[in-house]
Design a binder for this molecule. Sequence first.
Ligand code: HEC
Ligand code: HEC
Ligand code: HEC
Length: 424
Amino acid sequence: MKRLILAAALLAGFSFVAGAMANEKGEYLARAGDCVACHSVPGGRAFAGGLKMASPVGTLYTTNITPDPETGIGSYTLEDFDRSIRRGIARDGHRLYPAMPYPSYAKLTGSDIADLYDYFMHDVPAVRQANRANEIPPFLSPRWPLAVWNVVYTPSPGFTPDPSKDAQWNRGAYLVEGLGHCGACHSPRGTAWQEKSLDARDSSFLAGANLDDWYAPSLRANQATGLGSWSQGEIAEFLKTGHNRHAVAYGSMGDVINNSTPYLTDSDLAAIAAFLASLPATEAETAWVEDTSTAQALLSGKTDTAGAALYVSACQTCHRANGAAAPPYVPPLAGNPTVLDKDPASLINIVLNGSWPLVAKGRPDAYRMPQFREQLKDRQIAEVVSFIRGAWGNKAGAVSPQEVAALRKSTQPSSDNIVVLKMR
Ligand code: HEC
Ligand code: HEC
Ligand code: HEC
């Protein structure tokens, strides 16, 4: 009898371990793909959908991808699941809008698709929650043009390693181009809203882009506005913790930190860093060099512009007179690539609206950037942002009050209401 109990316990133990192993791989892939950030709403159940997304044709709502058979994807076979993730075709045959990043997910291998499927079918709790109808004007709503879009802009499924590169580079490419869908935010788009390129072969890949009022900077080796001055270790540290000595994650990159990259293994993060570091610069820029005259002027009370005076009263306590702040928690503004970018959208946006909480792997940050929407007028925000873009050796163009006014209208103050979800 005792032996029987022991055998049963062993068997149960074994099947538990085997099950946990299969699901862990799928869960890891779902983390790397950040499915939860789009397919959930703050305060809602994981993967039950309902997140509002802007698109060029109108407002979309993400769908329920829990295994509920009626309102979710419980009736999807592996083949149905594969077609929706890698080709953008739902089970009933309708084409998905590319707000779902299937042009990137097309790179997934069949075996990763099978692990993801296993995870979604067996480990994600089913939630009965009907999908919300999209708000798209009738003349734009027929999905058939998407069939043409799909054929033109979605690569055929699978990943072809580059034989001239090593295994680490290819792993990094697979994660960045595929599951990580980094290009969905960081790559410029063409006239049909397609990403201009989906992989490292083209120099527009990850060359920087504006999406939803945030500018996601170039991840190429540009010296001032890209990652040219970051070591591979610093890139990996940023993705693991949301900080390093150059910058702190904010805006839509906060979603990536809160739900995705900190969950990756150190070896996958090193692979991503090695891949990104290999992307050649697209602009011949000189590296940022500190100019100490700004700090000297500020410390001796010489504030000869409205922007400098505003900086002293509103920003200096945290970001310091020398703009070097207190990394890795309070980011430097001196030499920071997002401060130096041609497109000031992220800068204006964070000064207007502040940052939302960063919760890397469940650990919330103690510090946040406050919002100045109520305290400062458009003109003042333009002045202070123009000041930081020209201080300490920074050499970026001035910002106009009109640019601030436009962003004030299209954005909202950041709130504590963010998607940080336990996936089981
Ligand atoms: C950037 C946001 C985003 C991310 C990330 C994302 N999705 Fe989606 N997904 C969407 C949107 C939006 C739709 C609905 C598109 C439509 O209605 O045409 C969708 C649709 C789907 C569908 C079709 C379901 C149906 O019946 O409508 C499946 C399956 C799906 N996603 C699975 C996933 C998985 C698995 C991941 C992670 C590997 C993922 N998604 C990541 C935005 C996203
Ligand atoms: C939802 C949009 C979005 C996605 C997806 C995204 N990013 Fe970002 N990323 C941003 C934005 C916006 C910024 C600028 C704000 C900041 O610096 O945090 C940014 C900043 C960064 C930075 C800091 C750059 C700098 O100069 O300060 C790195 C590194 C980065 N992203 C890497 C990645 C990688 C790698 C991926 C894919 C795994 C990725 N991002 C996916 C939006 C995104
Ligand atoms: C109370 C302290 C505090 C004050 C005051 C403050 N900041 Fe910040 N700021 C932060 C912190 C902390 C972050 C990083 C937080 C995050 O991204 O979640 C940050 C981030 C930023 C960033 C994004 C840089 C990056 O790489 O993350 C910019 C730009 C910025 N602040 C500009 C300003 C300006 C301009 C002012 C004055 C109008 C100001 N800050 C006032 C604390 C402060």
